[in-house]
Ligand binder design. Sequence first.
Ligand code: ADP
Length: 462
Amino acid sequence: MADTEVDLLTIGAGGGAYPAAFRLAKAGARVVMVDPKGVMSGNCLYEGCVPSKAVRETAALYLDQEKFQHLGLPGRICPDYAAVVAHKDAVQNRRYAQHAAELAAVPDLRLIQGVARFIDAHTVQVHGERGDERFHCRHIIIASGSEVFVPPLPGAELALTSHDLYKPDPTLKNLPAHLVIIGGGYIGLETASFFAALGSQVTLLQKGGQVLQGMDPGMVDQLVPLLHPRIHLMMGVEVESLEATAAGKRIVHYRRDGMSAQIHADVVVLAVGRRPVLPEGLDGLGIVVDRHGISVGPDLRTRHPHIYACGDVNGRVPLFHAAVRQSLVAAHNILGGDVPMDYADFVNVPTTIFTLPAAASIGITPARAKAANIELVTGHYAFTEDSRAQILERMDGEIRLFFEPGSLRLVGAWVVGIDAGHLIGEIGMAIQGGLSAYDLARFADQHPMSAEGIGKAARSLF
Ligand code: ADP
């Protein structure tokens, strides 16, 4: 049987894939998406951003309730983790239904539940619901994402991962009394925050001397002391193996300062990173892959001008919103005849660590500036003076804005504390718009909202 001709095939149907698929379908192209999940949104909705934040926001409600008991609220309602999980699952179902409706509204756009593999640079074979199908593709977007990395640690299978915690109908449905988390990246630290807020004792084991490696150390130093007191951070820990006890508990064996030791836990979560998922058959195409993923520049093209790699699979900025933007860049470049007419910005992407409280950053922060030998001028605003923070008794943390000397153009920022994830978005828009401290200083930020701090941080320079 002849191969089916398509204009675009996306390998995956997550954030790196479906925005381009919709864009091209709207322009009249024949588009097919392939994903083993058979639904759009990839791992973000399945086991990532959305379900983890559904847990976070409910955990935050419990924290607030504890804080405002003096207002005459009833005694602390004991968190019901099974109910939290049910809420998370309901949110996921709601969003899956929304995505199904979006897809149904574009009749010519097909999503095949299946796995794609390359036959050659223009041919993709799909093993799916209707057996095997072959497509001859004018353009291909590889958006196969990333998966949890499980290191070859004896007993690793005794630990849960973020996949087990956040997937629909997750493995963990009861609140563990003592949770041990291996890994102090953003997933480990966020998970630690949620469970501590819900009432678990959490011990987080980190190999190096700093959690959130790769994030600005100034921001991390602000955040760490604000983490919930039920979180115990242990640095310089090299985990060696995991063991199960007859009672179904876990023992983590580790080395620290040259000594062997062990720690007991009800549940262990392994959060030591993610790695790109590469479709089969890629090897034969001469596409460059390093340990972060498929190598692409800001035009998202691989060394084959008609093959693009967007999202986690390229390892540039492994965040859903970055994948969405990259997907649209690829779509624009496809529409431009594979001659770049759009470029992704890998630096100015807002990044939030959704701990409680959160920390967020964007652009050029002092650590990046130092590495690049760039000077910065810093504007400050402490939440101790913020009216909204005072109202909600969340006065910890601050906003720091970083400007280019001379022009005072905004080039970066970090925020630790109240509304960090919201504020970094507004700051990001200002960076993208090329605004300076003068522009920010003369904008009437709304009172009494935390965004007032953006203008005030700019005005701290004058
Ligand atoms: P991104 O946000 O970077 O697009 P995600 O991880 O959210 O990444 O989504 C990637 C999707 O690609 C996942 O749903 C994954 O199951 C799917 N996928 C991985 N490998 C293949 C493959 N060979 N064929 C089709 N889909 C794949």
